[in-house]
Design a protein around this ligand. Structure first.
Ligand code: ZN
Length: 393
């Protein structure tokens, strides 16, 4: 009824073109019978969409124009093992479906409104074998390349660092995850929201000193590929890159802040597992690596010694200052092969603020007062760091 009134109002004031962001996804549903799994995306209007398949691991990806998704993640069943959705880029929203078994998209179509249901995008999945799944991935890929070669984004060029002439160091703060990649999940908190709130608070405090140039890799709920985050730090000529995250563990008692710097050899099993998990971001977001090639292998080369030494020095300043304001994990500074820390010429750290799976940590992470206090400890560590090193780096 409310919708009907709005439509009538819309007619009264003259029909405005519907903005892309006004498209609502009312629900995403999964149902299955013995032979097929059906995915239904309920939409406020008809949309253009594309579907493709990816392997390693097997996924089905649905690209939509920018839409508003519901808050709740739907229950999954049948061949659908997990699902997530969100903003993928400025012009695109995305649903990523993890498959529990090789599946073929048997049919896909849009149903017009009927029986009280709105427009529905329907995708039917049927069981197939591994070889046919691989063929499907290849077929989608070649079709996509044929139609989209001109529009294909070029690999991010790695431009040399541009040092600004004044002496203010540039700091790039990276809110982990975002959009279609929610990151770790607490009882009622998504990592992507916690990281953004904290990154904003830290940026605000750093800007207020007047001593730094500060940039965020993202300032809203949108996905940014890992390599793009590294490229932003380099393009901005950053003197320091700080990636903000929050962890989740099956052991719910584990809590505390920790900080990571890059190393080929992880300092322990937990650090190695954490890096593997954080490095999954692009896979979680359904990025087709064939279509979006890595910028350059040099990015994956281990950071230079001096950059590493400075990263380590900054990490120890952070643990010293943060220790006074919040609880730290045991051995709070650890090492592992995080992809986001691989700029060869930008000292970089990754901070895990705490554990969303721990009740007290989750409560803290959601509290503006805690974020303010810990951001302030980081700000002091940053001041210490730049007091001690030549700004020219
Ligand atoms: Zn993370």
């Amino acid at each position: 009824m409310i919708r009907l009134i709005l439509i009538i109002l819309g007619l009264a004031v003259g029909l405005e073109p519907v903005l892309a962001a006004d498209i609502q996804v009312h629900a995403v549903r999964v149902g299955d019978d013995s032979s097929r799994t059906r995915l239904v995306v309920e939409l406020s209007q008809k949309v253009k969409y594309t579907i493709f398949a990816l392997d390693n691991p097997r996924r089905i990806v649905i690209n939509l124009p920018p839409v508003q998704f519901p808050e709740d993640v739907p229950a999954v069943s049948g061949m659908v093992k997990a699902m997530r959705f969100g903003q993928f880029s400025v012009t695109q929203s995305r649903v990523v479906v993890d498959l529990g078994a090789p599946a073929k998209v048997e049919r896909n179509f849009i149903l017009p409104p009927a029986s009280g249901f709105p427009h529905r995008l329907v995708i039917d999945l049927v069981r197939t074998d591994a070889a046919r799944f691989t063929e499907q991935v290849a077929a989608y890929r070649s079709a996509k390349l044929k139609t989209a070669t001109a529009a294909r984004p070029k690999p991010t060029p790695i431009t040399p660092k541009a040092k600004k002439s004044d002496s203010k160091p540039t700091i790039v703060i990276d809110a982990g995850h975002g959009g279609v990649d929610p990151g770790a999940l607490g009882r009622k908190t998504k990592e992507k929201s916690v990281t953004l709130s904290f990154a904003r608070e830290l940026a605000k405090q750093l800007k207020a000193t007047g001593r730094y140039r500060v940039y965020l890799t993202r300032s809203r709920d949108i996905y940014i590929p890992l390599r793009r985050r590294v490229a932003i730090a380099r393009e901005r000529g950053a003197s320091l890159f700080i990636s903000i995250h929050a962890d989740a563990l099956a052991r719910k008692k584990v809590r505390g802040l920790s900080i990571y710097t890059l190393s080929e050899n992880a300092s322990d099993k937990e650090a190695a597992a954490l890096a593997r998990k954080e490095n999954q971001s692009d896979i979680v977001a359904g990025v087709d690596f064939e279509e979006y090639p890595e910028a350059a292998d040099t990015l994956l080369a281990l950071a230079q010694r001096e950059t590493k030494n400075l990263s380590v020095r900054f990490a120890s300043l952070v643990t010293k200052r943060a220790n006074k304001q919040t609880r730290l994990l045991e051995r709070p500074h650890r090492f592992a092969g995080f992809r986001v820390l691989k700029a060869p010429d930008v000292p970089s750290v990754l901070i895990e603020l705490g554990f969303l799976t721990n009740r007290q940590d989750e409560k803290q992470l959601r509290a503006a007062s805690w974020r303010k206090k810990v951001a302030s400890a980081l700000r002091i560590a940053i001041d210490d760091y730049f007091k001690a090193i030549p700004i020219s780096f």
